[in-house]
Ligand binder design. Structure first.
Ligand code: ADE
Length: 257
């Protein structure tokens, strides 16, 4: 089972992941394992100091290298005992590679991940000299710490694990799994205040439904995130579907409800 480790000053924040929803169930059912390591436990002074003022001046505090180094060394030693000598080591940071579906899918195949969630203004740069950390960002904005970013990454990775989602096919049908945005979804009632469910979805014609969904996903991607289509080959059938929809103008219901 995949083995996930997070080095964090705020282990209790991870209750959002361990106590709720798909990730909570995956952990309880033993599909994945999560262990939290508090660098404060690796301090050696009476005050259990984990940060200090930056050399050169400036605002904020910088996380000390030693508690993080010792915590990471402890995680890596524990993993080495379990036969995992080269785990992927990640540090959440706005300076990193931006997380996308391809990276999530790649990380989901790893037997172990070690995440470092930094706080304050940053981490003493020498931690990167001590450990081969890859920096990962969850987007071009700045959070107050890496914990929420680590949880975002782990949530996305855990839901990819076989059996984590109720319906085995769901992760494969997600937005981005095939390079497209998701199609619209409907459930009961059939008519809500005059807003009706597209009739094809109630037709029972599975081929027609699949075709409609594909067309909607293509149309949404074209109109909302055209750059995604540029990164992907369109099949002749998909091209024909898109041409059909654009000939109709605004396709039935896309963005109209
Ligand atoms: N820490 C602070 N901001 C972050 C971001 N955008 N992504 C990952 N970690 C962060």
């Amino acid at each position: 089972m995949p083995d996930y480790h997070v080095v964090t000053l705020f282990p209790r924040m991870f209750a959002a992941l361990t106590d709720y929803g798909v990730s909570g169930r995956a952990l309880k059912r033993g599909l994945v394992r999560l262990r939290l390591w508090d660098p404060r436990a690796f301090t050696r002074d009476a005050h259990r100091t984990v940060d200090d003022r930056p050399f050169g001046g400036g605002p904020g505090m910088v996380m000390l290298v030693e508690p993080l180094d010792l915590a990471l060394t402890a995680v890596r030693t524990a993993l080495a005992w379990a036969g995992l000598t080269r785990p992927r080591l990640l540090c959440l940071s706005p300076q990193g590679r931006v997380l996308d579906h391809a990276l999530v899918a790649e990380l989901a195949r790893e037997p172990a991940l070690v995440l470092v969630a930094g706080r304050y203004e940053g981490i003493d740069e020498r931690l990167y000299a001590r450990h081969p950390l890859e920096e990962v960002s969850i987007g071009d904005y700045v959070l107050t710490g890496g914990e929420l970013a680590a949880m975002v990454l782990l949530d996305a990775v855990i839901r990819q694990q076989p059996g984590a989602l109720g319906d085995a096919g769901s992760a494969a049908q997600d937005s981005f799994a095939d390079g497209l945005l998701d199609c619209p979804h409907y459930t009961r009632p059939e008519d809500y205040l005059g807003l009706k469910v597209p009739p094809v979805l109630r037709s029972g014609d599975h081929a027609a439904i699949a075709r409609w969904r594909r067309g909607q996903a293509l149309w949404r991607t074209l109109t909302r995130r055209p750059e995604l289509l540029g990164q992907r080959q369109l099949s002749a059938e998909e091209r024909a579907l898109l041409e059909e929809l654009s000939a109709q103008g605004v396709p039935a219901y896309a963005g109209a409800v």
